[in-house]
Every structure is written in C-alpha cells, then in structure tokens.
Design a binder for this molecule. Structure first.
Ligand code: PEP
Length: 246
C-alpha cells in the first residue's frame, strides 16, 4: 500500500504574512493520514524551514539548476536547497517548460542534480490540449519520462512523478479520474521496465485538483496523491484535499 502524498505548489504567490497564516492554518488542522509538503518561492525557504522544523510537514522548492555552481546568474543549486532542508524540488513544471523553454534533457539533468543532494525531484510530465486532441498524449508523456529514466539510471526509482496535463493546470478543467488513471497506469508500466521500485513509487496527479474532486482522483489505483496549485493557497481548501488523501 503506497502512502499518499499531497504537495502544494505555491508558484509565485505569497508574502511573509500570507505564508505564516497559510502554514498556521494547515498545521492547526493536522495531523493528516498522508504525507504533506509545500513547495515555496526561493526567498521564503528560510522562514518556511524555521516554521515547519518541528512539524510533520515537509517543504521544498519549485525548480533548481542542473549545474553544481558557477556563473549562472539567477539560478539556485540543489546544494543550496539542501542547506535549507528541502525534501523536494519540482522540476519540469509545464510553466518552466513553456515559459522558459526547458527541454526534456534539461529537466532530467535537474532531477539528477537534486538526487545528488538527497532531494527528491518531483518530475512533471504532461501533454498540451493540442497534443491530447491529436492523440499524442501517451507518446508525449513517455518521451518526457524516458529522458529522466535514462539520465537517472539506477536511481530512477527515487523520483516522484507528477502527471499534469497542461490543459488542466490553473484552468478549472480537471482530467477525469479515468483519463488521469490511464496515463498513470502507462507511466507506472514504463517505470516497471526501468526499475524494480516502480510499484512503490509515488505518482501524483496535478491539474485543477479541488476539495470536491480530490477523493475520486486519489481513489484511482495508480494515483498516489496530488500536486496542487491554486487550491494550495487557501488553508481550508488544501486541508480538505489532504483529508481526501488521508
Ligand atoms: C500546478 O501548478 O502544478 C497545478 C496543478 O496548478 P492548479 O492546481 O492550479 O491547476
């Protein structure tokens, strides 16, 4: 039985005050019957680490550099994230792939850099609406995951994979549980061919998860929790989603 994981992706939202209130609201509602994490903007990692140090909640970042160090202005290394106690880092989010032209190999290299510093990469894969309508969903997610599997080699079993259909992110349009499960099953089969740990790996669904659709999605056999964007910014919604997973 895989334990569920719910991860909040705060994206570029927050302030000292809003973050403190949000984290206090989540903590007050616990404990939960699932694992929980928040992936916060870089400037808030320090205060998040202090706030959550004595709690069950985990924290992480939303991106990291593929490079160890050097002249890469604006980038943040996995070693730095490690110093702030990050347990997770999201890599390959569609907003990074889309707005920053991040390709499959770069995403894979970022995942490798994270693991080298003991941070679990949450590797996002997912198709655009045009790709889904062209019947390319399976090929797209397989290609995206394949790059990471090959780059991580025998460590592939240590990543978390998040299936996030691009057309469902921030749109209010969620994949049906059947659509999501079909892709998750495909991803798990691909992982089974690559690692003996595939059956214990955590596969998250992301894309307009809300309190009212979370339990059906999380009830699917290969969906082990969620990567939550908009609904992670309101304590009541995030807590309700976590309860659906617990
Ligand atoms: C995300 O940003 O990873 C996400 C899933 O966003 P939302 O829940 O808002 O669709």
């Amino acid at each position: 039985m895989r334990r569920k994981l719910v991860v909040g992706n705060w994206k570029m939202h927050g302030s000292h005050q809003a973050n403190a209130e949000l984290l206090a609201g989540i903590r007050a509602a616990g404990p939960f019957g699932c694992d929980l994490a928040v992936c916060v903007p870089f400037p808030y990692l320090s205060e998040t680490a202090v706030t959550l140090a004595a709690s069950d909640l985990r924290w992480g970042a939303q991106d990291c550099s593929a490079h160890a160090q050097g002249a890469y202005t604006g980038e943040v290394s996995a070693a730095m994230l490690h110093e702030f106690g990050c347990r997770y880092v999201i890599v390959g989010h569609s907003e990074r792939r889309g707005y920053h032209a991040e390709g499959d190999q770069l995403v894979a290299d970022k995942a490798k850099a994270a693991l080298a510093h003991g941070i679990t990469p949450i590797v996002c894969v997912g198709e655009t609406l045009a790709q889904r309508e062209a019947g390319e969903t399976d090929a797209v997610v397989k290609r995206q995951l394949s790059a990471v599997i090959h780059t991580l080699g025998h460590c592939a079993g240590e990543m978390v994979v998040a299936y996030e259909p691009v057309w469902a992110i921030g749109t209010g349009r969620t994949a049906t549980p059947e659509q999501a499960q079909a892709v998750h099953a495909l991803l798990r089969t691909q992982l089974q061919a690559a690692t003996a740990h595939a059956d214990t790996m955590t596969l998250l669904y992301g894309g307009s998860v809300k309190p009212d659709n979370a339990s059906t999605l999380f009830g699917q056999p290969d969906i082990d929790g969620g990567l939550i964007g908009g609904a992670a910014l309101k304590a009541a919604d995030f807590v309700a989603i976590c309860r659906a997973a617990g």
